[in-house]
Design a binder for this molecule. Sequence first.
Ligand code: AMP
Ligand code: MG
Length: 266
Amino acid sequence: MAKDSHLLSPVDGKLKLDKIDPAETHGLSEAGAKATLAKDVERLSELHDLLYANRQRALLIVLQGMDSAGKDGTIRHVMQGLSPQGTVVSPFKQPTAEELSHDFLWRVHQRVPAKGGIGIFNRSHYEDVLVVRVHHLISDKVAKERLRAIRHFERELDESGVIVRKFFLHLSRQEQARRFEERRQDRRKNWKMSAADFKEAELWDQYQQAYEQAIEATSTAECPWYVVPSDHRWYRNLAVAKVLVHTLQELEMDWPKPPKDALAAD
Ligand code: AMP
Ligand code: MG
């Protein structure tokens, strides 16, 4: 098997989520994946150091998925090697009154990482074409306009040096039900649950459809979406790590030259 033959491909064109198996592992085993992930995490940390030293580009990682798909877990496991200096995690919750009084990208733009940094969005501007759409709080026309605004916004980010990579953590309904039950039973996890989570779960098909449309409309060569099979946490972590390592490696970064006088002997 070629080294990275299981690297995910970006979404290109039509997306049918029910044709992608959330339990896919591409023939990898959990035991093998652990060691590979550890190496990838280490590599990611080195690449982050290079990104930070060069201060030419930034990386924005967008994580979306249904409740319990593993957004928090991905951040914990894949990003654990990143230096806290230069890494900012931004969770996006229900907008505040102030946020709602602005355009929907306002709160998001402020959280975009500066050059040299890595920004991780735990949910994102995509909520504004997902949850609000499923609940019919915006019309199809407004959803279309927002999708166009997102494409332009991300394109502008790309042109100003921000690399945008977006991940949909693709979970099966059965696995979500299992995780909800697990959460309910676990004191360390049940604080995460709310009655609303069960309500949202009932809207599963509507969410899948909203995701398909949003991803199709906004997966571009510059700012691609990846659908990450996420029923197996270890596979999800590995798949995300691989894409990130690949993305930063492609920049072929080198250490910046020291200032002229820095190496002069005294
Ligand atoms: P959690 O990520 O589990 O802490 O939940 C955050 C909640 O905030 C989710 O139910 C999201 O759907 C909701 N949320 C995030 N952004 C928006 C938004 N722009 N409009 C409405 N709800 C949102
Ligand atoms: Mg939640």
